[in-house]
Design a protein around this ligand. Structure first.
Ligand code: COA
Length: 144
């Protein structure tokens, strides 16, 4: 397995399949995807991109830190799940975020993924809330 920095457009097929099934392809384009402060990571197995995650310099008002990163678009293709790929992406991302003098990472976690985020050290910071068309989430955070 190799982790590489990738372009926003490289994330779209996996986002579409895993996170925006049955929604139009442009629902996979997220605000800030092409900002200079944004970065996208991908895990490759046998030259195939199988897991992605994206990181945006974006504050959530629930937290007081001056600078914060938002984790979005975290997804691993079904047949590659449970092999530590998402964890490997985060292990690569956290030092990059830290090097940018940012200590807090937050995400809107799908209910079905809360177990994953907890496992990799995130904590819950809200009650459940709905993201229309996407599903039920909780706010989670981690200091890197
Ligand atoms: C959630 C998701 C990104 C995890 O990716 P993954 O590559 O399978 O995760 P990893 O293999 O790195 O998992 C790391 C650890 O978390 C555990 N884990 C993974 N998903 C889990 C879940 N849903 N609940 C509980 N634990 C989970 C793994 O078993 C592993 O534990 P281990 O270290 O004891 O072996 C993946 O299941 C996925 O793409 N889901 C669909 C899209 C999605 O919901 N994304 C999140 C949007 S908020």
């Amino acid at each position: 397995m190799i982790v590489k920095q990738i372009d926003a457009k490289d994330t779209y097929p996996i986002r579409s399949e895993m996170l925006r099934k049955d929604l139009p392809l442009d629902s996979c384009h997220f605000d800030g995807d092409n900002e200079d402060s944004t970065f996208h990571l991908g895990a490759y197995i046998d030259d195939k991109l199988v897991s992605v995650a994206s990181f945006y310099l974006k504050n959530n008002e629930k937290f007081s830190e001056e600078y914060q990163y938002q984790l979005r678009g975290m997804a691993t293709l079904h047949s590659y799940q449970g092999q530590g790929l998402s964890q490997a992406l985060l292990r690569t991302a956290f030092p990059i975020i830290k090097a940018n003098h940012v200590k807090l990472v937050w995400c809107n976690a799908r209910i079905s993924a809360i177990g994953f985020y907890t496992k990799v050290g995130f904590e819950v910071a809200s009650e459940e809330f709905e993201i229309p068309g996407v599903g039920t989430h909780k706010l989670m955070f981690k200091y890197v």
